[in-house]
Design a binder for this molecule. Sequence first.
Ligand SMILES: Cc1ncc(C[n+]2csc(CCOP(=O)(O)OP(=O)(O)O)c2C)c(N)n1
Ligand SMILES: [Mg+2]
Length: 332
Amino acid sequence: MTIPKTKLKWIYETMYRIRRFEETMLEQTFKGNAMGVTHPSDGQEAPPTGICAHLTNDDWIGSTHRGHGHCIAKGLDTSAMMAEIMGRSTGQCGGKGGSMHIADFSKGMLGANAIVGASIPLAVGAALTAKYKDNETNSIGVSFFGDGATSQGILHESMNLASVWKLPVIFACENNGYAEATPAWYAVSTEDIASRAEGYGMPGIVVDGMDVFEVYDAAGEAVKRARAGEGPTLIEMKTYRYHGHFHADDTKKYRTDEEEKLFHQKDPISNFEKRVISQKLMTKTELESIKSEIEKEMLVAVEFAMNSPMPDIKDLYKDVYVEYSNSIQGLR
Ligand SMILES: Cc1ncc(C[n+]2csc(CCOP(=O)(O)OP(=O)(O)O)c2C)c(N)n1
Ligand SMILES: [Mg+2]
């Protein structure tokens, strides 16, 4: 698939933004500035970027506990995200959600989700809504989930229903080889998770999740299929998280140096750079200028978050519970 130049730039910018956001966020977590644990997704930049490159604000995504990359690829603001992670009132969700609950409905981001597998039915529900409402925008749903989530019953129920009802949805599996410290080769009964798609009557595709071009191509086909009313697709992207399961997890207890080195050689960002330069699709100067803009953006994000106040105690219950209004009573 030929990628237009503006899209190519967006892809690089998005992957680099995810990488630097995660590195910056980790630094802040270790300084004690984040509220609670954080799950970095550096190394896994290609899946959210290659898929969201085909989406608009009218499309919906469901995410995971490792959700910063999904948020960024769906266009959320990095300052508001950083403030949310630091529990500040200016955060994306007023500082009350934190890293694992960042959401922005205006961008079609249904939310990161701390419960493994729980966002899968949300994306399917969004696709169901899109199909049965007057869907002028031809919206679709995308569910991002990890290899660990594929052992949850909800994925299988969701895949079956999505296929039976031919819903416009993509099951986007980020297989990074581990669920916490449990290797996929131990916990998943098939060599490829994508092969499970056959049991639900939908296409199942395996791609190199360290290669954004492969992800982009597969996602393009799946999005076309969904928008054409032909139903769901499962895309398995074999990827790798560079850091531990969460910020303080020591990967040396369950991964070898050789394995880590191997995946660093497949780095999605440096391989993108080599490819676009050798194929004369982008220049080194263009790449450098994107990088320096993002470096500035990260400084702004940290400064914004650090200078923002914590939520006021009087707002403790604000946005937490739905008001018991007449309209809700009317539904009972
Ligand atoms: C239902 C449920 N079970 C267990 C957990 C604890 N837990 C959090 S993340 C995780 C591993 C998830 O692995 P995977 O789906 O592969 O995602 P990854 O962390 O690799 O991105 C587990 C077991 C949880 N949050 N929710
Ligand atoms: Mg995993």
